[in-house]
Write a protein that binds this ligand. Structure first.
Ligand code: HEC
Length: 145
């Protein structure tokens, strides 16, 4: 094999290698954005198990710590989203703006629940919990497969 041919083979091989690495990094980013949302959702579900118990048994003092625990996971998710903008949605990705609006509204309602719980306003905490559960259903119907 002559030297020129050898060098061009090396160039082609390293080019293909770079392509492969890039493609797998893109896949990884997509995967982590999908995983980040699911991780947040699992944390949210855990928080709501506590919140529902708290409402049912009139233990509003359990609500705030559950929301704080959830926020820790949410922060991690936000970091992932910031490092690689956007979230991968199982469906209606083209309605991403609507997803963000629902998400913002949900977190505002969650903050209201936290305040009501802090002040020991039981009826308000119960109503706010109902509203939030409706929020889960609305967003899932729209964006979860
Ligand atoms: C703003 C939109 C939005 C809101 C609000 C929302 N979710 Fe989700 N949730 C999603 C999406 C989208 C998925 C699918 C994620 C995926 O599969 O990548 C999901 C998935 C989940 C999952 C993962 C398990 C599964 O079968 O997909 C759980 C658990 C979950 N949500 C719980 C909740 C609970 C509990 C609430 C309300 C207290 C809630 N979610 C509110 C958008 C939302």
């Amino acid at each position: 094999m002559n030297c020129k041919r050898f060098i061009s083979i090396i160039i082609v091989v390293s080019f293909l290698g770079t392509c492969l690495i890039t493609i797998s990094a893109m896949g990884q980013a997509k995967l982590s954005r999908g995983l980040a949302l699911r991780e947040e959702m699992v944390a949210l579900e855990e928080a709501f198990e506590t919140i529902i118990d708290a409402v049912i048994f009139s233990n509003t003092e359990l609500i705030k710590p559950a929301i704080i625990r959830f926020h820790k996971t949410r922060e991690k998710v936000e970091m992932t989203i910031i490092s690689e903008p956007g979230v991968i949605l199982p469906k209606n990705q083209d309605k991403f703006k609507e997803f963000v609006e629902l998400d913002i509204k949900f977190h505002e309602d969650l903050a209201s629940l936290e305040k009501a719980a802090e002040k020991g306003q039981k009826k308000l905490a119960k109503d706010q919990t109902h509203k939030l559960l409706d929020g889960c259903v609305v967003c899932h119907e729209r964006f979860r497969k």
